[in-house]
Design a protein around this ligand. Structure first.
Ligand SMILES: [Zn+2]
Length: 114
């Protein structure tokens, strides 16, 4: 039984573990495979950058506490952050690069910077 190129379907001569008939087919195959991954990474990076910009603008204007509603009004994306941690009291702090933010029971968001 022969081996066939994953990209073009041509029979592959030589080693039986080869998956592609040539470098061009291998490149086309992998470019297509990772295109969607790169698109998703770019999309998330843009959302993170937008969040970071909002936090930077508020923080540099001296705003250390803001209502959740205001953040929603300026399209802050609460589903997009770089990391989070929850302390022993169950309070979660989110991080967006060098900024940290957490909500209190009055729907205010405290903004801190490293
Ligand atoms: Zn091929």
């Amino acid at each position: 039984m022969g081996t066939y190129c994953l990209e073009c379907g041509a029979a592959i001569l030589g080693r039986c573990d080869k998956k592609f008939c040539c470098d061009m087919c291998r490149n086309i195959y992998h470019n297509r495979l990772y295109r969607e991954e790169r698109r998703q990474i770019t999309h998330i990076n843009k959302r993170l950058a937008a969040n970071r910009r909002i936090l930077e603008n508020l923080y540099s204007a001296g705003v250390k506490k803001v209502s959740r509603n205001l953040l929603e009004d300026v399209k802050f994306d609460f589903d997009c952050y770089t990391s989070s941690s929850t302390n022993h009291l169950g309070k979660t702090t989110y991080r967006c690069y060098e900024f940290k933010y957490s909500s209190d029971s009055h729907k205010n968001v405290k903004i801190e910077k490293d």
